[in-house]
Design a protein around this ligand. Structure first.
Ligand code: FAD
Length: 284
């Protein structure tokens, strides 16, 4: 089912994000994880992409296999800065052949294409959303940043860009992860004030290691509350307690988000199942 159709139905939506594995052993592990999480009856799962070389084809292939073999609804991520319009058309055509009707239209990160010159045919995700809309047949998502996209000069510019993206074709928005819900609520308010009507699904990621904390806060420029820093540092050498702490924190976040109107939750699973399973058990 297209995500746009699902969003019109009653009930909160739950989705899980995975990235394509690099090795055979990782592929097997991923299939096990997806199978386990399938038992939680997600509305869709999503497969990330990268702007380099053959990466999109890995995403396309994995999306097709998961849809066919596991019968799950899939959203394929598609980044545009590393591709020509012709390449994007070809990738979209393959997705259609495989029955994939949901695409997350992204610009992609510049640092992903270091050493490979961007094709310069696309500048922003809104241009990709417009092309996918013109091709037809897709339910199109776009990315949103409750703490502002790091490259945007200010929030106003970023919200304007979000509006342009939805006007160009993005039917719904999935947000960057955040650890304080006020960022999501304020972001939704700013978006609505600017005339963005599309559903905005919050993205949530439970931290399960000390290393993640260091990597993600830097990589995504998101605010880390003291309580998270303290908790993750306290349990740095105790995986079980860290998982418990992190699951409890994310469960409280999810509960409040849903109670105060979020249409669902998109989980960044990092190809693992345990934390997501526990959180869903807590909030359902
Ligand atoms: P855009 O919407 O194009 O925005 C990029 C910047 O340009 C922003 O600062 C924005 O304010 C500005 N901008 C946009 N339009 C205009 C305009 N018309 N005029 C002026 N400024 C403008 N990356 C991957 O490589 N692979 C993935 O699979 C992936 N999945 C993601 C999933 C989610 C849910 C999210 C939130 C992000 C994901 N990303 C992924 C990261 C994303 O590619 C980066 O954050 C990237 O830097 C921006 O992508 P975007 O689609 O938001 O770009």
């Amino acid at each position: 089912m297209k995500i746009t159709e699902r969003l019109k139905r009653p009930g909160k939506l739950f989705s899980f994000e995975f990235y394509p594995p690099k090795t055979e052993a990782d592929s097997e592990k991923l299939f096990e994880t997806v199978k386990e999480l399938k038992a939680l009856d997600p509305d869709f799962i999503s497969i990330t992409n990268s702007s380099t070389g053959a990466a999109p084809y890995r995403t396309v292939a994995l999306s097709g296999v998961i849809k066919e073999k596991l019968g799950l609804e899939v959203m394929a991520h598609l980044t545009c800065i590393g591709h020509s319009r012709e390449e994007i058309k070809a990738i979209a055509g393959r997705l259609k052949i495989l029955g994939i009707e949901n695409v997350l239209a992204l610009r992609g990160d510049i640092h992903n294409i270091e050493g490979i010159p961007p094709k310069r045919e696309y500048r922003y995700a809104s241009e990709l959303a417009a092309d996918l809309k013109a091709l037809g047949g897709f339910s199109i998502g776009g990315a949103g940043y409750p703490e502002k996209h790091p490259e945007a000069a200010d929030f106003e510019t970023d919200i304007k860009a979000l509006k342009t993206k939805t006007e160009a074709g993005a039917d719904f928005i999935i947000t960057q992860l955040f650890f304080e819900n006020r960022f999501y609520f304020e972001f939704v308010e700013k978006a609505r004030k600017a005339g963005v009507a599309a559903p905005i699904i919050p993205g949530l990621m439970p931290l399960t290691s000390y290393k993640q904390l260091q990597n993600f806060s830097k990589l995504f420029s998101v605010f880390l509350p003291r309580v998270i820093k303290d908790g993750v540092e306290k349990y740095a050498d105790d995986k079980e307690s860290l998982l418990k702490f992190s699951v409890e924190y994310a469960s409280r976040q999810a509960e409040e988000l849903l109670k105060r109107g979020a249409p669902g939750i998109h989980f960044y699973t990092l190809n693992r199942s345990k934390a997501t399973k526990e959180i869903l058990k807590n909030i359902r």
